[in-house]
Design a protein around this ligand. Structure first.
Ligand code: XIL
Length: 459
């Protein structure tokens, strides 16, 4: 289908020039954000090529706009940051609120993503009626069984993995004295796994904790528990290492630790990765953070049974760190404005990606796509073809729209769109791009929902 031609057919030349000039004024800023996204394949694709699922914790109400675009396109797994905790789903005994959890599951299904359920048995974020009730052990055990059966049953078949038990240990490797342990003893752990397995036999069931990333007293205790649960035939499938880390302090024994759990016959996931720094951030800290993220992801990539790396919020503006560790922040791969930080590229590099600039696609000529203006249903875009160390004589730029965008008009190129694929060939007067020179063409299009920047191929 031919949607537009060279502009002379329908637009006066002066109008075209004005349109180009108006667009040019806003190009630079948008170009910077656009090329950062377009440079690497999404993290989920890089991860898939290495057999790894790449996830993020999310807040259901934020899953629109840029936040939704990034969550949906970069990640292959979502963990509800709070929405599936007991206090969220049953704030009053017997009265359930699944709204946010359902929303996240639906979003994940629409974006071909896994969901990690988080979390069934924990000492935090429980409803007051539960923590303040003076339950007998038998009552507490029944409440826990019902909770697990209800929640796991509701999402049966929709959750790839559950964090069944969260943070069961203290730092010295003794059991944490929680309402569960104090009333039920350590047997609550095996029971929780057994009940979760009965409710969804296909979900992978994890025990999850923090400060267990390296080999230490706490991870030794976790290791011994997992070994013993396996020996008893308790249905445990995996170990989650939360990985709330501090800048420059990735444990040197991380990979060794992942490997020893894998050798027990369970999967391992990095479930809540963030790497906090003392604020303010500066370029040296951000560079160190990129190296730290890279080394964590590389440690997982090196162990076959390490199956998932999930960041605990992908943007600094969505992170729990500043509220929990005063003076610390900037702990995620995207900044407050959803632009990728060096940490993003550190993750990409560990997964085999990592060039921040698109490689030349035709000798040393490159094409860069940018949205120069955008309104509720329409946008103006442009593609700039630049040559250095090479030249072009006749060119063709093509791309695939990822979100149903449709070109309605183009200038300084002959563009056709077939399905999602757009191909633009030079106009009679701009086929030559000299060494050291550039040619720019523009277009108007329609969009709906999101307007992600595609990667342009030059040929
Ligand atoms: C955090 C959430 O991110 C915050 O929004 C909430 O206020 C507190 O809990 N370990 C866990 C997560 O297992 O559930 C916690 O999430 C962070 C620490």
């Amino acid at each position: 289908m031919r949607t537009s031609t060279t502009p002379s057919a329908r637009t006066p030349f002066a109008t075209r020039l004005a349109a180009l000039a108006a667009g040019a004024a806003t190009t630079l800023a948008l170009l910077a954000a656009g090329t950062a996204h377009a440079a690497d394949p999404p993290l989920r694709d890089l991860g898939a090529a290495k057999g790894k699922v790449i996830g993020t914790a999310v807040t259901g109400s934020k899953l629109t706009g840029t936040y939704g675009d990034i969550a949906g396109s970069q990640f292959s797994s979502l963990t509800p940051g709070n929405a599936m905790k007991w206090g969220s789903v049953e704030p009053t005994q017997g009265s359930f609120d699944w709204t946010e959890a359902d929303q996240i599951v639906a979003f994940a299904q629409a974006h071909n993503q896994q969901v990690r359920g988080h979390t069934l048995v924990w000492h935090n974020q429980n409803p007051n009626w539960l923590t303040n009730g003076n339950w007998t052990s038998a009552q507490l055990s029944t409440l826990l069984q019902n909770h697990i059966s209800t929640e796991v049953g509701r999402y049966k078949g929709k959750i790839a993995a559950w964090d069944v038990v969260n943070e069961a240990f203290d730092e010295d490797g003794t059991y944490r004295p929680t309402l569960w342990y104090n009333s039920l003893g350590s047997g609550y752990i095996a029971n929780a796994f057994t009940w979760a397995h009965a409710a969804d036999p296909n979900a992978k069931l994890y025990i999850n904790d923090y400060n267990v990333e390296g080999v230490n007293a706490k991870s030794n205790a976790l290791y011994n528990l997992v070994k013993s649960l396996k020996q008893q035939g308790v249905p445990i499938d995996g170990v989650g290492l939360q990985a709330h880390l501090v800048l420059g302090q990735v444990p040197s024994t991380l990979q060794q630790n992942i490997q020893r759990f894998a050798d027990l016959g369970v999967d391992v996931a990095i479930t809540e990765l963030d790497i906090r720094m003392a604020l303010p951030a500066d370029s040296a800290k951000l560079t160190q953070q990129a190296a730290d993220f890279k080394s964590v992801v590389a440690a997982c990539a090196a162990v076959t049974r390490c199956v998932n790396v999930t960041v605990w919020g992908f943007a600094d503006s969505d992170s729990w760190v500043p509220g929990t560790f005063p003076g610390y922040g900037a702990a995620t791969p995207y900044d407050d404005n959803y632009s990728p930080k060096p940490a993003y590229h550190g993750i990409a590099e560990a997964l085999g990606g990592g060039s921040t600039t698109p490689p030349p696609t035709n000798g040393a000529c490159t094409a860069t796509y940018s949205v120069t203006s955008q309104w509720n249903t329409g946008f103006t875009g442009q593609v700039k073809i630049s040559c250095a160390g090479a030249s072009l004589s006749g060119w063709r730029a093509s791309w695939t729209f990822g979100a149903g965008q449709q070109i309605t008009q183009a200038w300084n190129a002959d563009c056709t769109q077939s399905g999602a694929t757009v191909t633009c060939a030079n106009a009679p007067y701009n086929g030559t791009v000299p060494d050291g020179g550039s040619v720019t063409f523009g277009f108007n299009g329609s969009w709906n929902g999101s307007n992600p920047v595609p990667l342009v191929t030059l040929g």
